[in-house]
Design a binder for this molecule. Structure first.
Ligand SMILES: *Cc1c(COP(=O)(O)O)cnc(C)c1O
Length: 426
């Protein structure tokens, strides 16, 4: 629906919900309650997605099999634990646009980032830089700096940061392209987020991959804020690797197991250095317990440990709902909800705040980042106390995201109401 057709007022929001084909999915999630016992207006799926009501029964199944079968559950549980992670492979491949052999669920995000860099960041005297966003998530910054140091290089020389132009908040596509062109020969690895966690900017991952590979760089993406949020075509775009977490838009639960993509062209690259563990060993001979490591083909060859089944079970509950709704329908609703939120906020025509997320729908996902230079933190805290849950990123950004599986147009309308009231009181 075009923004021109949006209207203010609660009737419009109710009418939009009434004809939303995905509206019924809301019933499948547990909502935190306000002090009055009402559902919170939960707009924080970019930080921690809500719990699917089915997560409990999926986890209980594994607890029951553990209780009743003990070690036998590895092969004889209802869903045997040894191949359990594969129950997630097809759906995972679908939402990142990969072929199944290119993905695996394992570890958590930062661990996977390190494992991928162990294989794909191979600095030489001429080509040793890592290109990142200037405002990359701290964990990513620590990970890349420590990798640079691990290889005996100096982060002050080898970390190349993309920063917005003076007075701007987002990066321009042409600036990313020209930096890759200018510095390409010295860049070993391009490592960007799919969606920036502060601004909500979605990068043109296809173009960045193309430019990076043309310049001879390895290309990797941190999709923490992109997985389950926007449509991805990793196989087609062709980055070397990608990593993500599953507790944000994917609703896998706090600290849930992460995901990893390794492009098919590296699936049988046996000469690539990698940090090895027994779960990455060829499954046909894994339990012969031999001393020499022979990796599985594909992304599974980067596994280290046998995975936490209880976490996988909770994630499977969420993935089953995802598959039912379909990423294309979710993205369409998400774009509409976000545009509606932008429409309502902009009607307030206040100079107190500014939406710094790109206006172009192709350049953002669900999140809107609202810059509030004066008393913003206080406003965010007050909203949370009233049960309107977004979050705050220092120094001045209030982040909200309407998640199409469980948020409604009425949630967005109420957010705008509360926000406007708070702005006028301060
Ligand atoms: C959420 C997030 C993380 C968190 O890393 P964990 O290893 O899952 O704790 C890291 N990087 C980015 C970009 C994130 O958005």
């Amino acid at each position: 629906m075009s923004d021109l057709a949006f209207q203010d007022g609660p009737e419009f929001a109710a009418a939009m919900d009434a004809r939303d084909p995905l509206a019924h999915f809301r019933e499948r999630f547990c909502f935190p309650k306000t002090q009055n016992g009402e559902d919170c207006i939960y707009l924080c799926g970019h930080s921690l997605g809500l719990q699917p009501k089915t997560a409990k029964s999926y986890v209980e199944q594994e607890l029951r099999d553990w209780a009743e079968l003990g070690v036998e559950g590895h092969f004889h549980a209802k869903n045997p634990w040894v191949p359990y992670h594969r129950l997630l492979t097809e759906q995972t491949a679908a939402f990142v646009g990969a072929v199944p052999s290119e993905v695996v669920v394992m570890n958590s995000l930062t661990v996977n980032l390190h494992l991928m860099m162990a294989s794909f960041y191979r600095p030489t005297a001429q080509r040793n830089k890592i290109l990142v966003e200037g405002s990359a998530f701290p964990s990513d910054q620590y990970a890349v700096k420590s990798q640079i140091q691990f290889h005996g290089f100096n982060p002050a020389m080898c970390l190349l940061e993309l920063t917005p132009r003076e007075g701007e908040f987002c990066l321009r596509d042409e600036d990313i392209a020209s930096l890759i062109e200018r510095e390409g020969e010295s860049i070993a690895l391009i490592l960007l987020g799919g969606v920036n966690y502060v601004t909500g900017q979605l990068f043109d991952l296809a173009k960045i991959t193309e430019a990076g590979r043309r310049a001879g760089c390895v290309v990797g993406f941190d999709l923490a804020h992109a997985a389950g949020n926007v449509e991805l075509k990793l196989h087609e775009w062709g980055p070397d690797f990608a990593v993500w977490c599953s507790y944000k838009y994917l609703n896998g639960g706090p600290g849930c197991i992460g995901g990893c993509f390794v492009h098919e062209r590296h699936g049988r690259a046996w000469d690539l250095p990698r940090f090895a563990g027994w779960w990455g060993h060829d499954e046909r001979s894994r339990f012969q317990m031999g001393p020499d490591f022979h990796p599985m083909a594909g992304a599974e060859g980067w596994q280290l440990s046998n995975p936490p089944i209880l976490a996988l079970a909770a994630l499977r509950a969420a993935m089953d709902i995802f598959a039912e709704a379909g990423m294309d329908r979710l993205r369409a609703k998400s774009a509409s909800l976000t545009a509606y939120m932008e429409f309502l906020l902009n009607r307030q025509a206040s100079t107190r705040f500014e939406i710094i997320t790109p206006k172009d729908r192709e350049r953002r996902g669900a999140q809107l980042s609202i810059r509030l230079p004066r008393n913003g933190r206080q406003l965010c805290d007050q909203l949370i106390a009233e049960g309107v849950i977004g979050d705050w990123r220092e120094p001045d950004t209030f982040r909200v995201a309407a998640e199409p599986l469980y948020n409604s147009y009425q949630d967005v309308y109420r957010l705008a109401q509360h926000f406007s009231k708070k702005l006028s009181w301060q």
